[in-house]
Design a protein around this ligand. Structure first.
Ligand SMILES: [Zn+2]
Length: 306
């Protein structure tokens, strides 16, 4: 129900600064498609993607929507160098109000495209008749209203993320159950091989959410499933959040905890602070191509092109 889009811009974008930021480099003058190492959307990269936290579940890495440029190590590189992947600035960077995607975890898990079919049975936590998805959706919709009133455009997203989703920030909302009602607290994570602003987004939400709810941050139960959350995996799924879009997952608390449940539901406004947006101009987020480490190459496959 993110139908109310307010045209008021609260945060003006600053002009492009041209500052070199860490691993970022300026894009080519001719455009990525002219590069001989350009790999179009969905085409295999000849590399094996793997989540560092879960190497038992590898996949054949493919180019994200918008394609990618494979940069092999130069002749002077170290013998174990794997090169890098250059991800061009998305073509569909939003204009107008700042835009935030809020995903209600598990919402419409039965309406996924084929590449996400393994998510169909993942319907979320449940505790004494309260389902996680109702909590996720309720909070996502209330956040949407609050953010709209601040002039921020919001997409409330189901399990199926739009292909190569681009926004100024993406927050996936989930809640847990430990099955016994003992655990309490909230957790956050972001993915790997993504833009440089995800720690800033994570820390901003962590601080404001913790302060507003009084819930403890629970770093000990952050899982590889959180860090490898499928919307972060642009090399595995086309229906994922573009690598440039700062993206985090927030496990808001335990539905199995009476205290957590009421704190979650009573404080939907806390994530709506999003100081991150005023700290991080759109021109910084989308100013340059991203350069991320390549995945390990496929050892035994010859190159498909001569
Ligand atoms: Zn969940």
């Amino acid at each position: 129900m993110a139908a109310v889009l307010v045209a008021l811009v609260v945060v003006a974008n600053t002009a492009l600064t041209g500052i070199q930021l860490g691993e970022l480099k300026l894009g080519p003058v001719l455009g990525p498609v002219a590069d001989p190492n350009f790999v179009p959307a969905g085409a295999p990269l000849g590399q094996i993607g793997s989540d560092p936290d879960d190497p038992s579940d590898p996949w054949s890495a493919a180019a994200p929507p918008g394609g990618v440029i494979v940069q092999t190590p130069g002749p002077t590189a170290a013998p174990n160098a794997t090169g890098s992947l250059r991800i061009p600035i998305p073509k569909n960077v939003p204009t107008g109000p700042r835009r935030v995607g809020i995903q209600a975890g598990h919402w419409k898990s039965d309406e996924v495209p084929d590449e996400l079919r393994r998510l169909i049975p993942q319907t979320g936590a449940e505790w004494e008749g309260v389902t996680e998805v109702e909590i996720n959706l309720d909070i996502a919709q209330r956040l949407s209203v609050i953010l709209n009133s601040k002039g921020i455009a919001v997409d409330v997203l189901p399990v199926t993320i739009p292909v190569g989703y681009v926004a100024d920030a993406f927050v996936a909302l989930h809640a847990d159950s430990d099955g016994v009602g003992e655990n309490s607290g909230f957790k956050m994570a972001h993915g790997a091989r993504r833009g440089p602003y995800e720690d800033a987004l994570l820390n901003d939400i962590k601080d404001s959410y913790g302060a507003a709810t009084g819930l403890d941050y629970d770093p000990t139960h952050i899982t590889s499933q959180m860090r490898g959350y499928y919307p972060f995996s642009w090399s595995r799924f086309q229906h994922a959040v573009a690598a440039h879009t700062p993206a985090v997952i927030l496990e808001m608390g335990y539905v199995s905890s009476d205290d957590d449940r009421s704190l979650m539901l009573d404080h939907a406004d806390l994530v709506a602070n999003l100081k991150f947006l005023s700290d991080t101009p759109r021109s910084n987020i989308f100013g340059q191509d991203l350069l991320v480490p390549a995945f390990p190459s496929r050892p035994s496959r010859p190159s498909p092109t001569p």
